[in-house]
Write a protein that binds this ligand. Structure first.
Ligand SMILES: Cc1cc2nc3c(=O)[nH]c(=O)nc-3n(C[C@H](O)[C@H](O)[C@H](O)COP(=O)(O)OP(=O)(O)OC[C@H]3O[C@@H](n4cnc5c(N)ncnc54)[C@H](O)[C@@H]3O)c2cc1C
Length: 410
């Protein structure tokens, strides 16, 4: 029985771990700086992407790198000033893309994604906010007949896990065409995927539930995590150290240095994404997310806001944002004629990514970890929380956790 736990971090992964431990009777303390909830868990595209069963560490993705480069109009940025971060990462990514490793990763990710929506439904029902999850699919659209033919053929042949994909109906296509002034040449409709309708409200609801269940919050930054006499200790930047039966490191892209002294190698990179958001204009409130695949951009209607998100920039967590990325997003929005109205607010945040594009979930003695959820952290956080809490309480998790153990990095 784990009587007490410290969870380091307050993003969507940390909160889900904390809530799942509380549901099993553990007293939980969250350690995180007293900062507004504005990390990746807030700034993401809100898409519950259960269709993305193929890890991005794949030969197919690697082949598309040259044409996806930011310098050539694409969304992939490899800034030269961060070469020390992304070069070793990409060498590992190439190794993880070998067909046998990709196949194992896909099986592991598929099993996890299968459990994602039911886990969110349980968490949100328990928090009294089931309406924050809408399981109404999403669209992928193309702007030229050529890209539509290629993209449609690829998606219709792809494994999309528990989601299904079909050609968009005439009525759906007609409605999509009212959203942009640019031509839409074709579209597919996914069913079984979903969206979180308001990421800010999600954070507030999860924190409220945590506090209502007796959770404690320490507004400080964890400096180190240690194991002493079978118990866990967290030292803080400002306050006195705190102890518990177990500590869970769930600090997103900042997690690696916290587990390194325990001999756990986590070759994480900050895979930074950018968004702009503003008044939604006449974009319908019930419109499922739309992926403009030619531009690698997803547009999501949240409560009162319209958000356009894109860019995969491999960098360090603390590298300053690059304003050219927001300019590119603004150019896409203008070219499509989207009704995203001023004042438009820019944001940048880091996806925590490991080279095999699988999360790290596991335990070493009194120290456990849940991070590295890459492009899928919103989708996977509820099921990650439940699975890690089950592991810590010596119950069987809903999916095999062994592929997610950090031991895979030596
Ligand atoms: C542009 C963009 C779009 C995305 N779209 C989607 C999407 O549509 N669907 C999807 O599933 N995923 C999406 N993602 C990915 C998803 O947002 C992330 O995987 C997820 O938010 C990671 O959550 P996290 O809790 O691990 O990390 P974070 O949200 O980064 O939270 C980490 C927390 O740890 C805290 N912390 C850091 N260091 C310390 C320390 N030393 N001590 C204490 N606390 C610390 C930070 O303050 C922070 O609150 C997107 C990401 C981006 C950037």
């Amino acid at each position: 029985m784990i009587r007490s736990a410290i969870v380091v971090g307050d993003g969507v992964v940390a909160l889900n771990v904390a809530l799942a431990l509380q549901r099993r009777g553990t007293e939980v303390t969250i350690v995180a700086p007293d900062a507004p909830w504005r990390g990746a868990s807030w700034g993401n595209a809100g898409h519950i992407a259960v269709e993305q069963v193929e890890p991005l560490a794949s030969r197919a993705t690697v082949k598309t790198v040259p044409k996806r480069l930011f310098s050539r109009g694409g969304a992939l940025a490899l800034p030269i000033r961060a070469i020390g971060a992304w070069l070793p990462f990409t060498m590992r990514l190439l190794r993880a893309s070998a067909p046998a490793r990709f196949a194992r990763g896909k099986a592991a990710l598929s099993a996890m994604l299968e459990t994602a929506i039911p886990a969110w439904q349980r968490v949100l029902a328990d928090a009294g906010v089931p309406e924050l999850l809408r399981v109404d699919g999403h669209f992928v659209v193309w702007e030229t007949p050529q890209s539509a033919a290629r993209g449609r053929a690829a998606w219709l042949a792809a494994d999309t896990g528990t989601a299904t994909v079909r050609e968009a109906s005439d009525a759906e296509l007609a409605r999509l065409r009212t959203l942009t002034t640019a031509p839409i040449a074709g579209a597919v409709r996914f069913e079984g995927s979903g969206q979180i309708t308001d990421t800010g409200a999600l954070g507030a609801a999860l924190i409220d539930r945590f506090v209502a269940a007796g959770g404690a919050r320490v507004h400080d930054r964890a400096r180190s995590v240690l194991e002493r006499d079978g118990r866990a200790r967290v030292t803080l930047d400002e306050g006195a150290p705190i102890d518990a039966d177990v500590v869970v490191v769930a600090a997103g892209a900042a997690s690696a240095p916290l587990v390194a002294p325990l001999g756990l190698r986590a070759p994480l990179i900050a895979e930074r994404g950018y968004h702009i958001e503003g008044d939604p204009g006449d974009w319908p409130a019930d419109q499922p997310p739309v992926v403009f695949e030619d531009r690698s951009m997803i547009v999501t209607r949240f409560a009162g806001r319209l958000r356009a998100a894109s860019i995969v920039e491999f960098a360090r967590v603390d590298t300053p944002a690059d304003p050219r990325k927001w300019a590119r997003l603004r150019a896409h929005v203008a070219a499509l004629g989207l009704p995203l109205r001023e004042p438009v607010a820019p944001w940048m945040g880091a996806r925590p990514t490991l080279p095999d594009y699988l999360p790290a979930i596991g335990r070493r003695g009194a120290v456990a970890y849940a991070f590295g959820h890459q492009h899928l952290g919103l989708t996977l956080s509820a099921t990650s929380g439940e699975a890690l809490a089950a592991l810590l309480h010596e119950e069987a998790p809903a999916f095999d956790l062994s592929p997610f153990d950090l031991g895979r990095f030596g």
